[in-house]
Ligand binder design. Structure first.
Ligand code: MEV
Length: 316
């Protein structure tokens, strides 16, 4: 059996503007998506997984539709380029809103490249996965989530017309992922911001210029480990995202409520829901977690997470 896993992601600085060739900073998270190949035993049931029989003999899709679309595309690409093989692919899902689509593609590409005996570098895994995700999202995807899933850690990412640059930064302590409890659609919000940008071209050019400055300053403060300044920059970035129409009343209440415990907090990703990201004061971490628990708000501390990996396990 082949077992691969890839981490999810959250965005620290630069969402939306990264789509237009600008830089962003993102981090991998300690929630991973697992892919198992040729696991013919009962694991699928135990893990509440999605199992795909590659040749379609027994295609059963009990859980996440979005994930199936990307898995089908991935398998189809391998069949098209390297020929058909019969295998059973099983996934153990991760919570939504944390990059499960990119993680499933990267983990599946890694596992399948091993099955097809292709000794691909991380850059090759990135390239192959990015093509699949772009196709699945109708061409509008920066690919930062793929880069995080492949390389892991905290990265500065830029993709100007396919010229991709990844720079590893230091990991950040005391980052908290907080579930807003609202589901949002990245595809719709990306389309909405693109329409606004067409309408207010010069204003958005100005906004993206400021966000680029925030990314540059953010990188510097991450390397300096100056958490107070990282928090301030997150607050500024959030204010801009709010001005772009990406926050909601509920998100503002949540961010204002946690302010006393944090240096900063912001939307992370497309906006209007999913997870927000906060950097808390070391001495206030327990109080913050208690505050969120009392209000039944789902949250977890983001711990360092490696990029995609693969293992060969002997079937018993
Ligand atoms: C979504 O997580 C971040 C966006 O910038 C989309 C992308 O970069 O592909 C809104």
């Amino acid at each position: 059996m082949i077992h691969s896993s890839a981490p999810g992601k959250l965005m620290l600085f630069g969402e939306h503007s990264v789509i237009y060739g600008n830089p962003c900073i993102a981090t991998s998270i300690n929630k991973r998506l697992d892919v198992y190949l040729n696991d013919k035993n009962e694991n699928g049931k135990e893990l509440e997984c999605t199992t795909i029989d590659a040749l379609g003999i027994n295609a059963k899709f009990p859980s996440n539709f979005e994930q199936h679309k990307f898995l089908n595309l991935t398998i189809a690409k391998f069949f098209e380029k390297y020929g058909q093989k019969n295998f059973e692919l099983t996934t153990k899902p991760m919570p939504k809103g944390l990059g499960s689509s990119s993680a499933v593609v990267v983990a599946a590409v890694k596992a399948l490249s091993a099955l097809y005996n292709l000794t691909w570098s991380n850059d090759e895994i990135f390239k192959f996965s990015y093509e699949i995700v772009k196709e699945g999202q109708n061409g509008r995807a920066s690919g930062y989530d793929i880069a995080v899933a492949v390389y892991g850690g905290t990265i500065r990412y830029e993709n100007k017309n396919g010229d991709m640059k990844v720079k590893k930064l230091k990991n950040i302590r005391n980052l908290i992922a907080i579930d807003t409890g609202i589901k949002s659609s990245t595809t719709e919000l990306v389309r909405e911001i693109s329409e606004k940008r067409n309408k207010y071209k010069e204003i958005f050019d100005g906004i993206f210029k400021i966000i680029n400055k925030i990314v540059d300053e953010g990188e510097k403060e991450i390397m300096n480990e100056n958490y107070e300044k990282i928090g301030e920059l997150m607050n500024i970035n959030h204010g801009i995202l709010n001005a772009m129409g990406l926050s909601t009343y509920e998100i503002e209440i949540l961010i204002n409520g946690i302010k006393p415990y944090c240096y900063g907090a912001k939307i992370s990703g497309a906006g209007r829901g999913d997870y927000i990201i906060a950097i808390c004061k070391e001495q206030s971490k327990n109080d913050l977690m208690n505050y969120l628990r009392d209000r039944k708000i789902e949250a977890f501390e983001i711990l360092p997470a490696e990029g995609v990996d693969v293992k060969f396990i002997k079937n018993l």
